[in-house]
Design a protein around this ligand. Structure first.
Ligand SMILES: Cc1ncc(C[n+]2csc(CCOP(=O)(O)OP(=O)(O)O)c2C)c(N)n1
Ligand SMILES: [Mg+2]
Length: 364
């Protein structure tokens, strides 16, 4: 894939596959559950995963460019964490529901919402889904619940969706992501307690990037996240959050468990974010971890590793991988650029209607 010196973290710019990391990557793929994911995904699924990962990265780069050039003031990005979102979305059924955090913006477009909607929400255009009211958007027609800025609150909301699926005897699951820091909120506890007591078809992915704002996880949680599933008497799965196929396998398994009436499932996905809480504190975020930690995590770039693996999968893809990957990448570049341009046009042509701002707003 192309690297972007102006926007990529420095460790990504000269990215080269590391033999030891790639050996582990391959070993993970040989695990039966992951192998089953590879078989069920086939060539079409691999292309979707690859394009999805690139879309997520390029979406964030486009936002970063807008921050640097003064189009917007701030963006909440997930560079390095893309596989946690993409692997999960592609393991779901068409009628399942997802509740993304703002950093899982890619979930919106992997579920079929046009990528321009995400850009429009950042630009607060009148023709966007919230008509310029809010950056947090979803669309239930695509099974996407809008993110909630109060961290952890999507867990009880998604438990509610799961409860309705159970009551209506529908074979559907609800999935949401929660940061490692946010696992300590009352809302997460309440949602998981309900889900556990009613065996709800709820999947909660803990996106453990080892940091919450300016606080490292090991300063406050140690490794207690591994015990969470047991403490809710629920099934727990751990996976490498940088390995898109392992995330896919984990969510596939979790979905099966939920549909057997044995939910909820808590997936602990370990990953690392290159960048700060948002674009304003990237320098502070750099100071939280040792330079070597950045280097080690960079070797496990979820896109670089998956691409490197795909380069050896000519038989599976049934094409010459290198030119094919370049072509798929080019398609995504054009798709993201067009979406960004369209949304900038929306900003020119569709100013939100101030008089309508309080419509469809509800206060509890
Ligand atoms: C209920 C609540 N408390 C505090 C905040 C402020 N806040 C926003 S993000 C964040 C840290 C979240 O860390 P984590 O859950 O690990 O997610 P990450 O940003 O690392 O993905 C905090 C404290 C908030 N949005 N909501
Ligand atoms: Mg975190």
């Amino acid at each position: 894939m192309k690297r972007y010196p102006a926007y990529d973290p420095i460790e990504y710019q000269q990215w080269q596959p590391d033999p030891e990391v790639m050996k582990q990557y391959q070993q993970t793929i040989e695990q039966p559950q992951v192998k089953a994911s590879v078989e069920s995904l086939g060539a079409a699924g691999m292309i979707q995963l690859y394009k999805g990962l690139l879309r997520a990265r390029l979406h964030d780069i486009a936002l970063k460019r807008w921050v640097r050039t003064g189009v917007i003031t701030k963006a909440w990005l997930g560079c390095g964490e893309e596989a946690v979102t993409i692997g999960a979305c592609h393991a779901l059924g068409p009628d399942d529901v997802v509740g993304p955090m703002i950093r899982n913006a890619a979930a919106t477009f992997e579920r079929g919402i046009p990528i321009a909607e995400s850009f429009r929400s950042y630009l607060a255009t009148g023709d966007g889904i919230t008509q310029g009211r809010d950056l947090h958007f979803g669309d239930l027609a695509h099974g996407v619940v809008a993110p909630i800025s109060h961290v952890g609150d999507l867990v009880p909301v998604c438990a509610g969706f799961a409860l309705s699926f159970q009551l209506q005897k529908e074979p559907r699951v609800a999935l949401t992501w929660v940061g490692d820091g946010s696992t300590r909120t009352g809302a997460v506890h309440e949602g998981l307690s309900l889900a556990s007591s009613r065996s709800l078809p709820l999947i909660v992915i803990i996106e453990d990037n080892a940091v919450a704002l300016g606080t490292r996880r090991d300063d406050r949680l140690g490794n207690s996240l591994s015990n969470m599933a047991a403490s809710y008497d629920s099934v727990g799965i751990e996976c490498d959050g940088n390995h898109v196929l392992e995330v896919h396998a984990a969510v596939t398994k979790a979905r099966e468990v939920c549909l057997e009436g044995k939910g909820p499932v808590i997936i602990l996905a370990r990953t690392f974010r290159f960048g700060g809480h948002a674009t304003h504190d990237e320098a502070e975020a750099r100071a939280l971890f040792k330079p070597q930690e950045f280097k080690d995590w960079a070797l496990r770039d979820p896109i670089g590793c998956f691409e490197e693996w795909l380069l050896g999968q000519g038989e599976l893809l049934a094409v010459d991988p290198r030119p094919a990957l370049q072509e798929w990448e080019q398609q995504v570049i054009e798709e993201v650029e067009k979406a960004a341009e369209d949304s900038l046009q929306s900003r020119k042509n569709s100013i939100p209607d101030a008089a309508a701002m309080l419509g469809d707003v509800f206060a509890g």
